[in-house]
Design a protein around this ligand. Sequence first.
Ligand SMILES: Nc1ncnc2c1ncn2[C@@H]1O[C@H](COP(=O)(O)OP(=O)(O)OP(=O)(O)O)[C@@H](O)[C@H]1O
Length: 244
Amino acid sequence: MLPEKTDGLRVEHVTQRFGGLLALDDVSFTSERNRITGLIGPNGSGKTTMFNIISGFIKPTAGHIYANGDDITRLAPHQMAAHGIGRTFQIPKPFASMTVRQTIELASRANPKTGHSDPASIAREAGLGDKLDLYPGELTTTDLHSLELVKVLATGASFVLLDEVFAGLNPSEIEHVTQLIRRFADQGTSFLIIEHRMRAVMALCDHVHVLLYGRLAKSGTPIEVTRDPEVIEAYLGAEAIEHA
Ligand SMILES: Nc1ncnc2c1ncn2[C@@H]1O[C@H](COP(=O)(O)OP(=O)(O)OP(=O)(O)O)[C@@H](O)[C@H]1O
């Protein structure tokens, strides 16, 4: 049966085997448009595998991915952009020999159909307005993370997968990137984020899906999932909740 045509991203009965290992086991969830959705779980629970499937790097053993109702499961990564899907990686990958301006202009040309017509304006919104002519080596850690986000948005992506954007950031840098994501979400960009820091998940996400051992264990608001006994037992631990 075909799923209902829904706005946003829909993961339907996705299973991924790597040889004898069941990395994802019949996982279904939705990530609605104009929302910030979290995908959390312990190491090895299948989060990165799910991101690789959604962004076309891996074809799942079974199941489907739908973007705004279109089946995108078998598309190659470069075809995902036409469906508005963009992705960041855990470690920012700036082009060392290109300025901020050159980087975002290149990203905006990656997909002529969707590319942002005024990429410098996104850079200005992200606080990089006075850094357009700087090279990555001249940027702060926060700027590099902001640039990573701007690069994806310049392609015209309306649905952005963020892979641990807060890794290695201090609290004030986390606050800056959080506000940036919020601002772009308020303007209509949807986000699906993998994040280990529960404090950031609580502050940022409207809705959260929890993977445990490749299985979808719980979906709900951040408060709901952090109160779930199975999630506490297998992932968070009582102490983590007290300090979240
Ligand atoms: N290409 C691969 N070949 C074989 N096994 C893999 C491959 N990719 C992932 N796995 C295995 O699949 C399981 C899920 O891994 P995955 O990286 O998706 O988890 P994760 O939740 O993202 O973990 P982390 O938080 O540590 O990044 C792990 O047991 C991992 O070793």
